[in-house]
Design a protein around this ligand. Structure first.
Ligand SMILES: C[S@@+](CC[C@H](N)C(=O)[O-])C[C@H]1O[C@@H](n2cnc3c(N)ncnc32)[C@H](O)[C@@H]1O
Length: 286
């Protein structure tokens, strides 16, 4: 294992980023980001009313399941699931070590730090359920097709389930000039790393093309972003703004080396725009 992969970090504009790894992931790895991911987890669970859509609840309760969460971040999904379904077991893997401490972790939860692109260190047919949420910016399209999806198919038991959750950055039909512009900048930067920021709309096709999955279902939720639509939509807005702020170091150059003050002003303008234009985003579960 490449020891440097996990221990090398770089501080940019007061934020901590994992450095020198072979993954494309652009977001920070620090306490601010951990808070963003945790808040986001509870918002998503509230919107979807459940931590999964696959028909696995009875088996989870009966304790017959072993589940894997790929790119688990702070482990919020794992901790929630492990607490609710104490007879089943859960494994979370992630490049960063934002995992909860042992005291905060349930006995039926395990966390491992690794790069998924090195392939999963599990035997074939190890898991009854494989979950992956919000990895849009983590892999190139080729990696999705040649590594991630084949690995998920390999470690998932035949006849069992996997589930993806991604939010789409498509802004057609919307008038948020500034937010659209900033998102285009993000998409452009990610494209230079080989990443398609609209991958949410491609996962279904990847699964079909792989020929390894059957009964593929897609659920789409239109989620309002802004204080115009209540508390949850307001939290979705805060998350969107925090996400952009996390990308500030990579965004500053393409935006013409703007100052911190100008960047913060831009974030405030986006906040106003979201209310003015009643913004929304699409979330997909596949
Ligand atoms: C936006 S976060 C989502 C975290 C979690 N799934 C959630 O929904 O709260 C994406 C996570 O993917 C992880 N990640 C990115 N590339 C990865 C890779 N190649 N291998 C493992 N984890 C990766 C990041 O470290 C980060 O924690």
């Amino acid at each position: 294992m490449d020891e440097d992969l996990f221990e090398s970090y770089v501080m940019i504009d007061g934020r901590k980023f994992i450095n020198g790894h072979r993954a494309t992931y652009p977001f920070p790895s620090d306490e601010i980001e951990a808070n963003r991911l945790n808040n986001r987890h509870f918002r998503i669970r509230w919107i979807w009313k459940e931590n999964f859509a696959a028909p696995i609840k009875e088996k989870l309760i009966a304790g017959k399941m072993t589940a894997l969460d790929i790119g688990c971040g702070t482990g919020a999904w794992i901790v929630d699931m492990a607490k609710e379904y104490q007879k089943s077991s859960f494994v979370g893997v992630d490049l960063m070590s934002l995992f909860p401490s042992t005291e905060q972790t349930h006995e039926n939860a395990l966390f491992l730090q690794m790069n998924v692109l090195d392939r999963l260190p599990f035997d074939d047919d190890s898991f009854d359920f494989v979950h992956q949420r919000d990895l849009t910016h983590a892999y190139t399209e080729t990696q999705w097709q040649n590594i991630v999806i084949p690995e998920i198919a390999r470690v998932t038991k035949s006849g069992m389930y996997c589930e993806f959750y991604e939010e789409s950055d498509k802004w057609e039909d919307q008038d948020n000039d500034l937010l659209i512009w900033v998102n285009l900048a993000v998409s452009h930067i990610m494209a230079t790393r080989g990443v398609n920021s609209s991958i949410a709309t491609r996962i279904e096709a990847f699964l079909k093309e792989s020929g390894q999955f059957t009964d593929i279902n897609v659920l789409i939720e239109r989620m309002p972003v802004g204080s115009y639509a209540g508390r949850i939509a307001e939290l979705t807005l805060e998350n969107t703004l925090n996400e952009l702020t996390g990308l500030k170091p990579i965004l500053k150059a393409p935006l013409g080396e703007i100052t911190d003050q100008e960047f913060d002003n831009m974030i405030e303008e986006i906040r106003k725009e979201c209310d003015e234009y009643k913004t929304w985003i699409y979330a997909r579960k596949i």
